[in-house]
Design a protein. Structure first.
Length: 228
């Protein structure tokens, strides 16, 4: 068996394992990490197919941007996954039927591709002579230039809109001007007062006759059942 075929089966098994764990993991964070693993295995398969540009794009875009953002949102929101699992077995027959149908369609496509004999050799010969990244760049900036520019404009508008949504003033948020924080001084925020560590308790007040303290007499008079 060729070493490329061995790597293909290895990456394929790891990809299937990661995809299975994405669906069956109880933690959303673990599912996202397994999805990152699945993306890496798919990128390795692209490298075996000599599609280096697609492989590095998959890693940079999905792993480096989308999944990092997804992990950040999941950890910030602290989603309760127990409520999402309710009714799982109720909808399981429909989901299993759809999954079996998709697997059957993929099997038909793959088996039809395996019956080809001459076409893969021609494609492999062409791929060995022409750099696919160079040809893809020529197509993107010549034949598909306008769709590429439209996509770039849409991404720019999305970035500006996200910044505008975060920069707006909200009445329910406590906002402090950073320039005021920089100009503030310690003496404006805190005042140091000198106090003694200990202080003697005041002596109880007595009347002129030298009887018990006035405060005690007032307490006894206010007590219920006291005689005048």
């Amino acid at each position: 068996m060729d070493i490329k075929i061995g790597f293909f089966y290895l990456f394929s098994l790891l990809l299937l394992f990661a995809a299975f764990k994405v669906v069956t993991s109880r933690s959303a964070v673990h599912a996202a990490l397994y999805l990152v693993m699945a993306f890496f295995q798919a990128a390795a398969l692209w490298v075996l197919l000599k599609a280096e540009f697609l492989a590095i794009t998959l890693v940079l875009v999905y792993v480096g941007a989308v999944m990092v953002l997804f992990l950040f949102v999941v950890m910030i929101l602290d989603i309760n996954t127990d409520s999402l699992r309710q009714g799982f077995w109720k909808h399981f027959p429909l989901a299993a039927t759809v999954g079996a149908l998709i697997a059957f369609e993929m099997a038909l496509v793959l088996m039809g591709g395996f019956r080809l004999t001459d076409e893969p050799k021609t494609v492999e010969a062409i791929a060995g002579q022409v750099a696919n990244t160079k040809e893809l760049g020529k197509l993107m900036y010549s034949q598909y230039l306008y769709p590429l520019e439209i996509a770039a404009v849409l991404l720019l508008v999305a970035i500006i809109a996200a910044i505008a949504l975060t920069m707006r003033e909200r009445k329910d948020s406590k906002y402090v001007d950073p320039s005021m924080q920089v100009r503030v001084k310690a003496r404006d925020r805190m005042q140091v007062i000198k106090m003694d560590a200990t202080k003697d308790a005041p002596a109880p007040a007595v009347d002129a006759a030298g009887s018990e303290p006035i405060a005690s007499q007032a307490t006894a008079a206010a007590a219920p059942g006291a005689k005048a």
